[in-house]
Design a protein around this ligand. Structure first.
Ligand code: G4P
Length: 272
């Protein structure tokens, strides 16, 4: 099944990004370290060839560190992106390092570099913006097509940052990639039902991370089939609708959240 992902929005978002990029010195592209290639929209390259380009493999705290290192090597070898960083948007040292790298790319010695954050939904763009401007939590505008005037934020490190990130759309033909993006929350639940997404996730985890499941949910997998594993998790967490009837919706949400927040383990979904 091929999913054509919001073609109208995609075209509009691309036009907007192209327009904004005219003003930009440094493009900071954010991808999810657990799915570095599939969470990257290749079309960005059309717009960045004449810019300084930094790639953040964000949420590295949730990804398998060995595979992350392989990805860093892969991007260095296979792209001409100036700077590639493993990143945790909540780690102040990473932010300090990012600012240093941005300033290193200031080859024309401009007084203020103009920067823009880009990426597909839910990879952490707003979190990166907030960390750079030094605010705890502001609602950063995150929808393409919101036609308010463009705002520049100046950061304590003398960078100029666009207040809204450039939204890229995930581009994929492989349904498995679509599923991975759904597990990360980059494709919203209207496309795939939550319970189906969770069932597919559970199947993957049972196959590759059985020990982690057993430890986290205090269950034994033995040779349970998938529905039985689902029941065991619901039972272990007391997620009942009524006596003897498990609440599959809440169990699905639990599983997806535990995965998203790294509680099942540091899991990377694709390898170079
Ligand atoms: P976006 O603008 O690209 O759409 O992403 P946003 O910053 O809103 O971040 C999406 C979620 O990812 C947020 O969680 C945020 O806290 C989390 N996040 C961002 N960067 C990192 C990181 O480096 N490490 C970890 N562990 N988490 C990060 P949320 O508000 O709980 O949303 P959700 O994931 O529950 O949907």
């Amino acid at each position: 099944e091929y999913i054509q992902w919001y073609p109208g929005h995609m075209a509009k978002a691309n036009r907007e990004i192209k327009e904004k990029l005219k003003l930009i010195d440094v493009v900071i592209e954010v991808v999810d370290a657990r799915l570095p290639l599939s969470s990257k929209n290749p079309e960005i390259n059309q717009y960045t060839w004449n810019k300084q380009h930094i790639l953040l493999l964000n949420k590295a705290d949730l990804a398998d560190p060995d595979v992350s290192q392989d990805w860093i090597d892969w991007f260095k070898k296979n792209t001409d992106i100036q700077e590639i960083m493993l990143y945790d948007a909540f780690d102040r040292r990473h932010k300090t390092e990012l600012v240093k790298q941005i300033q290193r790319l200031n080859v024309k010695n401009k007084a203020q570099l103009k920067c823009m954050i880009c990426g597909i939904p839910n990879v952490g763009k707003s979190t990166v913006i907030n960390s750079l401007i030094g605010k705890k939590k502001t609602q950063v505008g995150n929808k393409p097509g919101v036609t308010k005037g463009q705002q520049w934020l100046s950061t304590p490190d003398k960078l100029m940052l666009l207040d809204t990130p450039g939204i890229l759309w995930p581009k994929f033909e492989d349904p498995l990639v679509g599923l991975h993006l759904a597990w990360l929350g980059s494709i919203k639940d209207t496309i795939y039902e939550k319970e189906n997404i969770a069932a597919d996730l559970l199947k993957y985890l049972v196959a590759y991370y059985p020990d982690e499941l057993e430890v986290l949910y205090k269950i034994t997998l033995d040779d349970k089939n998938l529905p039985e594993v689902f029941d065991a998790i619901a039972k272990s967490r007391g997620l009942l609708l009524r006596a003897g009837e498990y609440d599959y919706t809440r169990t699905s949400v639990l599983l997806l959240n535990d995965f998203k927040n790294g509680r099942i383990g540091r899991i990377t979904l694709e390898r170079p």
